[in-house]
Design a protein around this ligand. Structure first.
Ligand code: SAM
Length: 228
């Protein structure tokens, strides 16, 4: 895993897909999602410049999971559990969110936050390389969610696509990479990451077994539904 993380605040020279004033308006509509644990997680992200998906995308993930009655979700790259908070809220009491992260400190932090939010019992958090943990985990999933280092995006898509149930979803964050995917010249965060994201996106849109769209909110969220 690479230490360098995507910037929470995009370089002003880069493209911001949705006008910040519009995102602010949309955030204002989400006040019913307020929760002290959520605010604490968001504050920690600001303090550490840690790249959580943030609230607009979190609410989108919850809506997607509820819309397909998701019960079993696999997260590639969980950080300290912010995206898992939304997925865990969406699944029923019997549901499960399998989380993965390379940093054991993130698991400890996630346990604190998600216990305080009363959803830790729906979470199965593993420390290590997400791809290896996925390979060791049996069965199919309602949702595979990808938020690992961007150079690994094509590999994760290839692994995940065959283990999503018909009608299930593949979701990945940061697929617009602050506009770099649409630019002829750009400064990459890590050499090769923009090309990897482009390759990932093109593979998914070309796959005849999936219906795919990118929601441009924040840094772009790809949603691919496996056909029935
Ligand atoms: C963008 S952050 C995840 C944020 C999280 N989804 C959220 O919204 O709160 C990426 C995380 O994935 C971890 N990571 C990156 N590549 C990984 C990999 N291949 N396997 C496991 N963890 C990985 C990093 O340590 C980091 O904590």
């Amino acid at each position: 895993m690479t230490d360098i993380q995507s910037p929470t605040l995009p370089n002003p020279a880069l493209l911001i897909p949705v006008n910040p004033a519009i995102e602010k308006y949309m955030l204002g509509l989400l006040s019913k999602t307020d929760h002290p644990v959520l605010t604490a997680m968001e504050n920690l992200a600001r303090e550490r410049n840690f790249p959580i998906v943030d609230r607009l995308v979190g609410a989108f993930l919850e809506t997607l999971a509820k819309s397909i009655n998701a019960k079993r979700i696999f997260e590639f790259g969980s950080g300290y559990g912010y995206s898992a908070y939304w997925f865990a809220k969406a699944v029923s009491e019997q549901g499960q969110v399998i989380c993965t992260d390379g940093d054991p400190l993130n698991k400890a932090q996630a346990q604190k936050f998600l216990s305080a939010a009363n959803v830790w019992d729906k979470v199965d958090f593993h420390t290590g390389m997400a791809q290896a943990i996925f390979a060791q985990t049996e069965g199919t999933f309602d949702i595979c969610y990808n938020d690992v280092d961007k150079g690994d995006y094509p590999e994760v898509w290839q692994m995940a696509k065959n283990r999503i149930r018909p009608g299930g979803l593949y979701i990945a964050d940061n697929v617009l990479w602050h506009g770099r995917v649409a630019m002829a010249e750009y400064e990459d965060v890590v050499p090769g990451w923009t090309e990897a994201i482009r390759d990932h996106n093109e593979q998914i849109f070309a796959d005849p077994d999936f219906d795919t769209f990118i929601n441009p909110t924040r840094d772009g969220v790809i949603v691919a539904r496996k056909k029935l």
